[in-house]
Ligand binder design. Sequence first.
Ligand SMILES: *[C@@H]1O[C@H](CO)[C@@H](O)[C@H](O)[C@H]1NC(C)=O
Ligand SMILES: *[C@@H]1O[C@H](CO)[C@@H](O)[C@H](O)[C@H]1NC(C)=O
Ligand SMILES: *[C@H]1O[C@H](CO)[C@@H](O)[C@H](O)[C@H]1NC(C)=O
Length: 497
Amino acid sequence: MRSGSTRCSGEIFPVTVVYITLDCMTSSSENMRRQALLFAILGASALASVPEWGQCGGLSYTGETDCAAGLVCVEQNTYYSQCLAGTSTTTSTTVSSTSTVKSTTTTTTTVSTTSTVKSTTTTTSQTTTASSPPSATGFIKTSGTRFTLNGKQFVPVGSNAYWPALLGYSNAEIDQAFADIAASGATVVRTEGFNEVTSAQGVYFHLWTGSTATVNTGTDGLQRLDYLVSSAKSHGIKLLITLTNNWSDFGGMDVYTAQLLGSGQPHDAFYTNPTVVAAYKAYVQAVVTRYATEDTIMAWELCNEPRCAGTTTAASATCNSTVITNWAAEISAYIKSLDPNHLVAIGDEGFINDPIPHDYDYPYQGGGIGIDFEANLAIDTLDFGTFHMYPDSWGESGNDIAWGQQWITDHAALMTSANKPAIMEEFGLTYTGAQRATDYATWYDTVISTGLTGDLLWQAGSVFNGTETPNDGYAIYPGDPVYTLLQQHAAALVARG
Ligand SMILES: *[C@@H]1O[C@H](CO)[C@@H](O)[C@H](O)[C@H]1NC(C)=O
Ligand SMILES: *[C@@H]1O[C@H](CO)[C@@H](O)[C@H](O)[C@H]1NC(C)=O
Ligand SMILES: *[C@H]1O[C@H](CO)[C@@H](O)[C@H](O)[C@H]1NC(C)=O
């Protein structure tokens, strides 16, 4: 998704300034409605035992802890326990674990977590793994179509949040964002590790003056990302971090080509011009080496949604998926040479390059757009596949839910034949309320039944002291029916493994 974009009055328009939240803040009546809804939910939970999938515990949780009949309270992470179906033969086991949490500054804190994990006699070993407290240390690895962490299966599920480090939020706000995300049952968040600017203003990571670029490691630069990483870590969340953007939001590729080669370049000069490739590699090196030993990061992603064409820049006549496949092979090998600890993926939309035209439409003719999901999965230095799903933006609005089921099924099949994991790392619908939750539930069921490795919705939202984080029409705030659905889905996906 175009992360800096926002939908204010039926229009999507890209923004590059950090103040957009002011323009697009929802009305106070909308805020009051959300507050009322939240109040209604919190109020209700104080009167009755917690229903299935509801929260029953967590570090800062003060609500009802008794689960309804037949349910047991299962810890998902330090911040979130939920009521899950159990049986009368429930047995209790107490598991103690000690984990070391290192912040990105020089302090080291050791915390002890004692948690009670309740499981039934019929629980599989994967479920037992899932209900153990997350380990705070260890790099994610792959094993066939799955991920592992410290030898146990790790299931990626959760959401995107591009905004915590980039929009000037305080540490307290970033912490609340991650507490909200952890409470949704998420294990992974995808965020942005780039921000190209040509004038220093607000938070920025990479400042261009003519053809010279400087990495901003100051308090308004990568130190914001440092804080985001430390907050994710303390909430038991792993991160996917993208290193540039096809879209012009927060700068992206076209800033490189315009600053180095002049305006009017084809978008895909980013992938082929040696000067541009060297400049991008220099930025990649600065970020990747800064966090090379940081195990909160699950994977580096080369670019958000690379394509032959850009937001306002056209593709050259010769660009096709071979160009981006070759670029992805070169850059992923470069990252592995700098940082062998982390996984690497593209961060693309996962277009399928099917030579036979059919009525599944252009996402299946990825060759011309610049993405061939299957060819990219074959690159040795790419550890897993990524794909997105926006049927309503892709001309499938008449048939969006069924089209999405097919899209998930087709990617799961390619995942299986490549024997690498694949994550549907962005998807969304902009209509709100119960219907959206019903439709996401259909897609989540398809993820579960096809064996797809995992999924992240676009996008998480929080409410900071009554003010919502940006909403491009897709944001899911605590209290939204989709939020509750995500809690349910995360538990089900982790249980499936
Ligand atoms: C909400 O406001 C209080 C009082 O100003 C402040 O201490 C707290 O950090 C704020 N919370 C967030 C998440 O910003
Ligand atoms: C892209 O174009 C090149 C050169 O014309 C060609 O060799 C290659 O097969 C094309 N790739 C795809 C996926 O069509
Ligand atoms: C990059 O490519 C598309 C395709 O032209 C362009 O419209 C858009 O602005 C950019 N976005 C994406 C999908 O990454």
